[in-house]
Design a protein around this ligand. Structure first.
Ligand code: AMP
Length: 230
């Protein structure tokens, strides 16, 4: 069996997917399995705001208003995170969110492939209705499958689970609309480079093994021709 330590080739990847498509859970599984660093500007920005750093002060109002932080700020943040990582694999989550971000990143630190989660809108809405999350860790549970051991309590901490306001169908539909409007140019940019790999399925448990297989092949084999696309 292929284990974490046998990974020889590093990868530089982006994970894309609409809200509530399972991006967080899939990213966590990738990090657990592969020797790779996770760069999620949203998380880093929230940390800066909590510590009240200069960057945190600059970014705060954008996050509060649900607006994108200006490209120059977020690009600087991601570049310095990538520099710190050095010669290890990385997975970007929540970046790029504009075509300009994608272009600048591709110039400085080329992304090798994009893991694109394809989940139908109806499925996302149905899943979000049944989704309960542990806010501090981001662990998500689903009523009907993947339930917590004790109802409405986090398995690891025993703390309360909540339903996110933005998972409500009317809010979610709006978020999905915004996602497609803003992300289509980013997706098109990567499609033109022929580095987008689509992964579809009805659940994270169905999608994740396909991604694991892809990454396993990717880390031991350099030939793109040898990979299964999709
Ligand atoms: P997230 O946790 O990825 O949903 O991000 C939370 C917030 O951080 C977003 O609403 C934006 O204000 C900001 N943010 C995160 N990533 C980016 C990005 N790539 N470009 C601009 N703003 C971002």
């Amino acid at each position: 069996m292929f284990t974490k330590n046998m990974s020889s080739k590093i990868f530089r990847a982006v994970i894309l997917g609409p809200p509530a498509a399972g991006k967080g859970t899939i990213s966590r599984r990738i990090l657990k399995k592969f020797n790779c660093d996770h760069v999620a500007p949203g998380d880093i920005l929230r940390l800066h705001i909590e510590k009240n750093t200069r960057l945190g002060q600059q970014a705060k109002r954008y996050l509060q208003e649900g607006k994108l932080v200006p490209d120059d700020l977020v690009i600087k943040l991601v570049s310095s995170s990538i520099n710190e990582i050095g010669n290890r694999s990385w997975l970007l989550d929540g970046f790029p969110r504009t075509e300009q971000q994608a272009r600048i990143l591709q110039h400085s630190d080329p992304v090798e492939f994009v893991i694109n989660l394809k989940v139908s809108t109806q499925l996302i809405i149905d899943r979000a209705k049944n989704r309960w999350v542990h806010l501090p860790s981001g662990r998500a549970y689903n009523i009907g499958f993947n339930e917590p051991k004790i109802p409405f309590k986090d398995d690891l901490t025993g703390e309360d689970l909540i339903q996110r306001e933005d998972d409500k169908p009317e809010v979610l539909e709006k978020r999905l609309d915004i996602y497609w409007k803003t992300m289509q140019p980013v997706l098109d940019f990567y499609k033109n480079l022929d580095i987008v790999y689509d992964f579809s399925g009805k659940s994270t448990d169905e999608i994740y093994p396909k991604i694991e297989k892809f990454l396993t092949e990717r880390t031991i084999c350099c030939s793109k021709a040898a990979l299964n696309k999709g």
